[in-house]
Every structure is written in structure tokens, then in C-alpha cells.
Design a protein around this ligand. Sequence first.
Ligand code: AMP
Length: 255
Amino acid sequence: MNTYRTIADVRAALEPRRGGTVGLVPTMGALHAGHLSLIEAARAECSTVAMSLFVNPTQFGAAADLETYPRDEARDLAAAADAGVDIVFAPTVTEMYPPGFQTWVDVTELGSILEGEHRPGHFRGVATVCLKLFTIVRPDLVYFGQKDAQQVAVLRRMIADLALEVELRDLPTVRDPDGLALSSRNQRLSTAERELALALPRALATRDPERARELLDGLDVDYVEVAPFDPPVLAAAIHVGSTRLIDNVPIEEAS
Ligand code: AMP
């Protein structure tokens, strides 16, 4: 596995591999089993697996969230190599956003509801960085987690609207045995906060917005809504201490 810091270098490394299928797994690092499930899916159907490792500043609202985002590149590179990644693209912020940068992708409707309403500009940052990563790596397939169901919906829309020649695969949310969806931000939860956070998967498991709202009563809830994605999901965002958590479940799995 080789790691590249510049657009020119990663493009040169990919050039001889273009005869086969190139898969891209975009990440912000702090890799966990959720990320590894995406790499595993890519490994199963691509001759080259590329992973990007870039904490994208333009998708963060609060400066504190960006500053405290967990970063451990050495650990991430070891985990990526173990999982079978061939090529890591880990650019600097200046490489991705050179001085004078001013071009943005805005998925206007899907990007402004739910998460977009509570995190203005978030999906503009996500869509812009993903389009740039897709342009740099030119993958045949890209892999994303349903954990971020709205991100999947926004990116599918962008791919269709801009006629991008890439296919998006979305993979199921990986959870801890207690039900909490794996997230890099879970590292910040104290034991007591983690207990409180378990209300989120329990509430969503009802697959009923009213009952979910009842179960989350007393917590700091941004939204609990049925989201009009394909498939529709019951999605929620809550704050536990200084950590904001999101999760969702497909509605039709209701028993
Ligand atoms: P992030 O590093 O948080 O930007 O996430 C990188 C990718 O991993 C995104 O496509 C996420 O949706 C996906 N992901 C994050 N958490 C999980 C999870 N618990 N299960 C499956 N995929 C996940």
C-alpha cells in the first residue's frame, strides 16, 4: 500500500491500474469497523481499492468539532493496509483547497433538509469534496455507508444531475453489540454519555417517529423525522454532552 499527498502523485499511481476496476472509499480517518466494511466490499469487486483520508474542513460548522475530530494517521494507515487498500490519498487542506478556491457544488433541496437545516453548508462541503475526489481518482465505483443516509441521497443526486460516470454503492450501518452505530465521534463519549446515547438506536428501532420522539424525550434532539430517501428512513440527530450523533434505520424493515 502506498500513500500519496498530491493530486499529481495519486493520479500517476492510478494510471497503470486503469485497465481494471477502481473503487474509492472516501473517509475522514479514525477508521472503525464501519469503514472497514466499505473497504471489504470494494476489495471484493475492484482490482484497485483507493481510500481517501481527508478531514474536510468545509463540511464542518463549529470550529470546535473540526479541531477535536479524532486524528491518528499512523493507526489509520496500518488498518487500511490490513484491510487490503492499495492506494491511500491523504492530501493536505491546501492541496484540496488551494488559495483562491471558489467553486462549490450545492445539491439545493436534498442538501438543505434535516442535517442540512441543522448544519448549514455541510452538504455543500461534502458534495464539493466528493466531486473533487471523484475527479482526482476517477473511480468506477464509490462506497458509502447508510449510516449517513442523507449523504448517500445527496451524492446519488449529484452523480445523476452531473452525469458522473461513477456508480455509488451504499452499505448497511455497522453497530456495536449494544446497538450504537459506530462513529468516529463515539470516541468522545464518556461512559455515562454512551449510556444516554443508546436511547438513539432504541428510539429508531421502533421505526415510528411518534414513539421515537417519546423515547428521546428529555434529550437534546435536533430532529426525528421520516426522511424521503430511497429507501425511506427514520432519521434522528441528538446531542449528548458536546457530541452530536446521527443515526437512521430503513422504515420498511418494520416487523
Ligand atoms: P467518515 O469517515 O465519518 O466520513 O465516514 C466515511 C464513510 O464511512 C462514510 O461513507 C460513512 O457513511 C461510512 N460509515 C461511517 N460510520 C459507519 C458505520 N457505522 N457503518 C457503516 N458505514 C459507516
